[in-house]
Unconditional design. Structure first.
Length: 294
């Protein structure tokens, strides 16, 4: 058995359904934006990846009947080298070096699993019911935004406090901790989500670095250097003043869950409090914005 990478280029409308299908069978998933489409990479530790590849092709054919042609899945063995579509390249186990291009790539690992990727940044998420297994475009953009702020804008400088408003499964709080943040608070109004987030935090061995509060975000106290708010547009407008009030000097807010084109309205609501736009991520339906206090 060895690691295989299955890659597929997907239009927005097929992203979540394809991700959710693979979630049941693979040992890790990574997604990145490629112009108007998404590059999904699924990792499986197996001797026979052909069966999954065949099922995936069938699922895509059924889903894409009304879509223009897109790139078919590609399975690669040993995490290196390329091969023709719908083929598999075998490499002996000794030829499975870690792929350096995945060093800072979040690999969402469905848990439980018998095989854990030893490449990238693994984020363990159980197969639960709360929002946030990494399949939604806004979650993908928020993960990209976290890397942009913590690894590029701040160049690895220590972040004292992070707030994850509406933490759901805890995926963004966990990702922030994996990137070096240490004092993280996750706020959630759903008790079911709080329980699930706590289990995910334990799976990632981060119980000492992330605390969870069963509370509304407007009832929190303290100042935060980064605020994550992957919620939805109307709510973000309602709580904008509260979020900005809890933002430290020169702090950062990552806003998610905004429907396009109404994301402009949401962002304008935050800019009136003295925030500026640092970077935006969007597709035809969803938008995420990184704002900084000036």
């Amino acid at each position: 058995m060895q690691w295989y990478e299955i890659t597929v280029i997907l239009p927005l409308r097929l992203l979540e359904s394809t991700y959710n299908f693979l979630w049941l069978y693979v040992n890790g998933i990574a997604v990145e934006k490629k112009e108007k489409d998404f590059l999904l990479r699924a990792y499986i530790f197996s001797s026979y990846p052909h069966d999954l590849l065949k099922r995936l092709n069938n699922v895509l054919k059924i889903q894409a009947k009304t879509r223009p042609p897109f790139s078919p899945p590609l399975a690669r063995g040993g995490l290196e080298g390329g091969c023709s579509p719908n083929s598999v390249k075998y490499l002996p186990p000794s030829a499975n070096p870690a792929n350096t291009s995945l060093t800072n790539e979040f690999i969402i690992v469905p848990t439980p699993t018998f095989h854990i990727p030893d490449f990238g940044i693994p984020v363990f998420i159980q197969r639960g019911r709360a929002f946030g297994i990494g399949s939604h475009p806004c979650t993908i953009y928020c993960l990209l935004a976290l890397k942009e702020v913590l690894l590029v804008a701040l160049q690895g400088h220590r972040i004292e406090k992070v707030l994850d408003a509406g933490t759901g499964t805890g995926i963004l709080a966990i990702a922030a901790a994996k990137l070096g943040a240490r004092d993280i608070t996750g706020v959630e109004i759903s008790l079911e989500s709080i329980k699930e987030a706590q289990e995910n935090i334990s799976l990632n061995n981060l119980t000492g670095g992330i605390r969870l509060l069963h509370s509304s975000v407007i009832d929190i106290e303290g100042q935060f250097d980064i605020i994550l708010a992957n919620l939805y547009g109307p709510l973000l407008i309602q709580i904008a003043s509260s979020l900005v009030q809890h933002l430290s000097a020169r702090g950062w807010i990552i806003l998610g869950g905004m429907a396009v084109p109404h994301d402009d309205v949401v962002i304008a609501g935050f800019m009136q409090y003295g925030l500026k736009v640092y970077k935006r991520y969007c597709d035809d339906e969803w938008g995420v914005a990184v704002l900084q206090r000036v």
